[in-house]
Design a protein around this ligand. Structure first.
Ligand code: NAD
Ligand code: IPM
Ligand code: MN
Length: 379
């Protein structure tokens, strides 16, 4: 197939990890006979430095006319003092809003070869396989009013029923093609928004009698996530809780650099690792590219419907990790490799399988108004 993919490297380690993921997509295209046209555009601090805007019109145009977007990370201390509209993070938030991507899938799977990398005991993390479904276009991030004065600041946490329903539907459907378990995480003992959240999610449960639904307070869930992670399958939560809990979940996987994400719900999907621009390690060729490479695999599956290709890329990552290759965050001192070397190792493990791969599908009606149609998910 022919596909146009927008590439937004961003700041810090963003360009380093994106380069490896684009390399992997190139190898996949070659192995499977596709033609991917990569169109690179500035976002975040790099775009602020170029033209004073963290999401230039031209970048947004390229994104909206592509079939999918791969993004590195944005931000860094050099832009922290800027006014709100010149903050790199605002460019990313505007992009998510403009694309209408309301559901952010953050899978957390613990690789057997990564057990040593987690500070948690192997018997706790072994077998962890969960997906956080984070609401991405509402809540505190976008709520009005917001203000900052010298002695008072305000943010607002609003949610409308329809916003809760559409992301909940994604979570229920995802549970249906996985292990049929859903936990909805909120703070309903304190927040009105969470009380509405819990009510709406609960009202949808009868439509999914095959999914076992639990509600849990976010403080208690934060503890349970690192003490009994294998209890969880699909985790549904609002924007800020999902942001915090997914970084916490990275401790299970062994490194923040390992986790990918897919942001879906609009006409064009956005794919990015969950980590930030990591200014402390930028430019040193030591950032872990795996989260971005696995995001590229999610791109193949969810935006291009290329399931065998996605599986081949994931298998290549598995094989490279199983062989003991890795960046310093996940590898013992004697075997440490750089970002570029690990990327090359993964590319060397890409093979076209002889047999077609099986997939499970979320029905198209879950993505209200999305021309993308159905979302395919690993069972
Ligand atoms: P961070 O995620 O950038 O880094 C946290 C820690 O994890 C650091 O020690 C870093 O070295 C390490 N780390 C991150 N990615 C890694 C990788 N691929 N390989 C190995 N180690 C990795 O979070 P931070 O330091 O709090 O934020 C830095 C900047 O990134 C801030 O400006 C923040 O706003 C921004 N940020 C952007 C995104 C995004 O673009 N999606 C996400 C989070 C933070
Ligand atoms: C993430 C990041 C972003 C978020 C920031 C950079 C706006 O932390 O993608 O997890 O909070 O969503
Ligand atoms: Mn985050």
């Amino acid at each position: 197939m022919d596909a146009r993919i927008a590439i937004l490297p961003g700041d810090g380690v963003g360009p380093e990890v994106v380069r490896e993921a684009v390399g992997c997509l190139g190898t996949i295209a070659e192995a499977f006979g596709h033609r991917f046209a990569f169109e690179e555009a500035p976002i975040g601090g790099a775009a602020v430095d170029l033209c004073g805007d963290p999401l230039p019109h031209a970048t947004l145009d390229i994104c909206k006319t592509s079939q999918a977007i791969l993004l590195g990370a944005v931000g860094g201390p050099q832009w922290d003092g800027r006014p709100l509209e010149q903050r790199p993070e605002q460019g990313l938030l505007r992009l998510r809003k403009e694309l209408g991507v309301f559901a952010n899938l953050r899978p957390v799977a613990v690789h057997e070869a990564m057990l040593h990398a987690s500070p948690l005991r192997a018997e706790i993390v072994r077998g962890t396989d969960l997906v956080i479904v984070r609401e991405l276009s509402g809540g505190l991030y976008f709520g009005e009013p917001r203000s900052l004065d010298p002695n008072r600041a305000v943010n607002t946490l609003p949610y409308e029923r329809y916003e809760i329903e559409r992301v909940s539907r994604v979570a229920f459907e995802l549970a249906r093609v996985r292990r049929h378990k859903l936990v909805s995480v909120d703070k309903a003992n304190v927040l009105e928004t969470s009380r509405l959240w819990r009510k709406v999610v609960g009202e949808m449960a009868p439509e999914y009698p095959d999914v076992e639904l639990h509600h849990q307070y976010v403080d208690s869930f934060a503890m349970a996530l690192v003490t009994r992670p294998t209890d969880f399958d699909v985790v549904l939560t609002e924007n800020l809780f999902g942001d915090i809990l997914s970084d916490e979940a990275a401790v299970l996987a062994g490194s923040l650099g390992l986790l990918p994400s897919a942001s879906l719900g609009g006409p064009v999907g956005l794919y990015e690792p969950i980590h930030g621009s990591a200014p402390d390690i930028a430019g040193k060729d030591i950032a872990n590219p795996v989260g971005t490479i696995l995001s590229a695999a999610m791109l193949l599956r969810h935006s291009l419907n290329l399931h065998a290709e996605a599986a081949a890329l994931e298998a290549a990552v598995d094989a490279a990790l199983a062989a003991g290759h890795g960046t310093p965050d996940i590898t013992r001192a004697s075997r440490r490799e750089g970002t570029r070397t690990l990327g090359a190792r993964i590319r060397n493990h890409i093979f076209k399988p002889r047999m077609p791969t099986a997939t499970a599908t979320i029905p198209a009606h879950v993505w209200w108004g999305s021309p993308e149609g159905s979302l395919h998910l690993h069972s």
